[in-house]
Design a protein around this ligand. Structure first.
Ligand SMILES: *[C@@H]1O[C@H](CO)[C@@H](O)[C@H](O)[C@H]1NC(C)=O
Ligand SMILES: *[C@@H]1O[C@H](CO)[C@@H](O)[C@H](O)[C@H]1NC(C)=O
Ligand SMILES: *[C@@H]1O[C@H](CO)[C@@H](O)[C@H](O)[C@H]1NC(C)=O
Ligand SMILES: *[C@@H]1O[C@H](CO)[C@@H](O)[C@H](O)[C@H]1NC(C)=O
Ligand SMILES: *[C@@H]1O[C@H](CO)[C@@H](O)[C@H](O)[C@H]1NC(C)=O
Ligand SMILES: *[C@@H]1O[C@H](CO)[C@@H](O)[C@H](O)[C@H]1NC(C)=O
Ligand SMILES: *[C@@H]1O[C@H](CO)[C@@H](O)[C@H](O)[C@H]1NC(C)=O
Length: 213
């Protein structure tokens, strides 16, 4: 069977944030090789909560069609309840993933990109944040999915470490010099190995809008 057939029953869900852990509903996700990563089935209806046993995960590639994933597919893959975890994700994990539960499916395209040798973040992965000058600039490093595993978190500005503690945050009135790339780097242990997960904000400080006359 090919990916297309499997996806004929394709459901468009509107994600409502009711659960603590974040589930993705973006179709295409860019991930950097070497980082832990997860996909989570997004369910809106409570009756699905009981269908854990019937969850199936597939990876679709041009060459192999769709292949069911199991914890024995790769030592880097963990399946639990609604979540597919990668410890870590690597370039060859690039592709389309489908989760099937009963008649419902979620589909994602993972675009796994190379780690930059020269930068602590990937430009394709930054989250834009615009703040007016003198307005409150707030950057909080928290990660709801991995929070229980996080050992240490560092905050970098333009790849220079500015804070290193349990939960770094920045809160100030924005000045033009604050513009830059702010990277939260979460360090976590899994099976005795140290990993890091990054999240980068591209902060732009904007001049105050002229008052209307
Ligand atoms: C974060 O993890 C990557 C991939 O394992 C590694 O190459 C990099 O050196 C780590 N960064 C830090 C600051 O430890
Ligand atoms: C969930 O499944 C179990 C066993 O299959 C059953 O006993 C229970 O009543 C179900 N709960 C709901 C809310 O459907
Ligand atoms: C990775 O996957 C994306 C979308 O799933 C695709 O566009 C891209 O060509 C793939 N890259 C490689 C190197 O296979
Ligand atoms: C799921 O599909 C089966 C057969 O394809 C159908 O009988 C059943 O009603 C469907 N269930 C739901 C909840 O749509
Ligand atoms: C960061 O934001 C600025 C201003 O919006 C934009 O010009 C720049 O391309 C962004 N950088 C990246 C890597 O997306
Ligand atoms: C971090 O937590 C604060 C509140 O504790 C919340 O407002 C903020 O959205 C969270 N940030 C992320 C990236 O989850
Ligand atoms: C982080 O890991 C180190 C080494 O395993 C350990 O000594 C330290 O207590 C841990 N810190 C936290 C906050 O878990």
């Amino acid at each position: 069977m090919h990916c297309g057939q499997l996806l004929l029953t394709f459901l468009v869900l509107i994600f409502i944030s009711t659960t603590e852990e974040t589930c993705y509903l973006r179709d295409i996700i860019t991930v950097v090789e070497g980082e832990p990563f997860y996909l989570k089935y997004c369910s809106l209806s409570p009756e699905h909560k009981n269908e854990t046993a019937t969850i199936k995960w597939f990876k679709c590639t041009e060459s192999h069609g769709h292949v069911e994933l199991s914890s024995s597919s790769s030592p880097r893959i963990t399946l639990r309840d609604y979540v597919l975890e990668f410890w870590p994700i690597e370039l060859n994990d690039n592709g389309t993933y489908v989760v099937q539960m009963g008649n419902h499916t979620n589909k994602w395209k993972l675009n796994v990109i190379k780690r930059s040798k020269h930068s602590c973040f990937a430009e394709k992965q930054v989250i834009g944040k615009r703040v007016g000058v003198k307005k409150s600039l707030r950057i909080t490093c928290n990660n709801s999915f991995y929070k229980g595993l996080i050992n240490r978190t560092s905050l970098y500005k333009n790849c220079e470490k500015i804070e290193n503690n349990k939960k770094p945050f920045l809160h100030k009135n924005a000045e033009f010099e604050d513009q830059g790339y702010y990277t939260c780097m979460f360090f976590l242990y899994h099976n005795g190995k140290l990993f890091n997960v990054t999240e980068t904000f591209n902060v732009t400080i904007e001049a105050e809008a002229l008052p209307r006359t």
